[in-house]
Design a protein around this ligand. Structure first.
Ligand SMILES: NC(=O)c1ccc[n+]([C@@H]2O[C@H](COP(=O)([O-])OP(=O)(O)OC[C@H]3O[C@@H](n4cnc5c(N)ncnc54)[C@H](O)[C@@H]3O)[C@@H](O)[C@H]2O)c1
Length: 255
């Protein structure tokens, strides 16, 4: 087991990439605090992990609310001990070109996608400093690496995550804390199921997404969770401040 008895806080753990990561980490022996705003699906993540013999506590958390984040970290610490691994996964998407984008939508996306990652890091760092070890993995996006029409606020939040990752990596390396991020391509999750439900021809869009990625398919949540496991565990002990694109090669293509 690669994370035996390690205490991990996973945000966005009710669905998609966060859920796959929480399940995989628990399978690898981690004690998981599953944080999410969705109580029903979050409780289901806890139930599935326990049914498989793992350790998990779901805590209803809005990651953009500092009080909620503080409470989630306290819940993890009192149940399992200081958080040693933070997986910042929770995020939301919204589409609008810049000239039509409302300021409130800009701020909402920045708060949930970027400020949340600062808040979660802020509240786990004291425990990691006291242990003199820790690993933080932030989920960015290929949209933080290159332009994609219609998503200025989402792209800005994801680019900000990459910069925040490098800054925290530099600042806390001397404390034995590593900070990395992952830039996924298109992944088969409820976030994208929502997009497919809004278009007239979902099969055509699915085919276009698959074709867009040089490896010929879009990603599964486990593809991202496996990368998160590597960056959270000892196998990556000399890696910090990096952004790993797990994207079927989409960031390699020009046309
Ligand atoms: N799916 C993709 O193609 C893709 C690609 C690149 C990056 N990402 C990023 O990966 C992460 C996970 O995406 P996903 O596709 O699994 O999404 P998803 O919508 O399937 O799951 C996101 C989870 O985050 C939770 N969440 C949303 N707002 C929250 C809040 N304020 N507080 C706490 N929890 C909240 C949701 O309840 C949900 O459980 C996001 O940061 C997303 O931007 C996804």
């Amino acid at each position: 087991m690669r994370l035996h008895n390690r205490v991990a806080l996973v945000t966005g753990a009710a669905m998609g990439i966060g859920k796959a990561t929480a399940l995989l980490f628990a399978q690898e022996g981690a004690r998981v605090l599953a944080a999410d705003i969705n109580e029903q699906e979050g409780a289901e993540t806890e139930r599935e992990i326990r049914a498989a013999g793992g350790e998990c506590l779901f805590h209803r958390t809005d990651v953009s609310d500092e009080g909620d984040v503080e409470a989630a970290v306290k819940a993890a610490t009192s149940r399992f001990g200081p958080v040693e691994i933070l997986l910042n996964v929770a995020g939301i998407a919204h589409e609008a070109p810049a000239h039509e984008l409302k300021l409130e939508d800009w701020q909402r996306i920045l708060n949930v996608n970027l400020t949340s990652m600062f808040l979660c890091a802020k509240h786990v760092l004291p425990g990691m400093i006291s242990l003199h070890r820790g690993a933080i993995v932030n989920i960015s996006s290929v949209q933080g690496l290159f332009g994609f029409p219609g998503y200025p606020h989402y792209a800005a939040s994801k680019g900000g995550i990459i910069s925040l990752t490098r800054q925290l990596a530099r600042e806390y390396a001397s404390e034995g804390i590593r900070v990395n991020c992952i830039a996924p391509g298109t992944v088969d999750t409820p976030m994208n199921h929502g997009v497919l439900a809004r278009v007239p021809d979902p099969d055509a869009l699915k085919a276009a997404w698959a074709k867009m990625h040089p490896l010929g398919r879009f990603g599964q949540p486990l593809d991202i969770a496996q990368g998160a496991l590597f960056l959270a565990g000892e196998e990556s002990s000399w890696i910090t401040g990096q952004c790993l694109a797990i994207d079927g090669g989409v960031s390699c293509r020009v046309f």
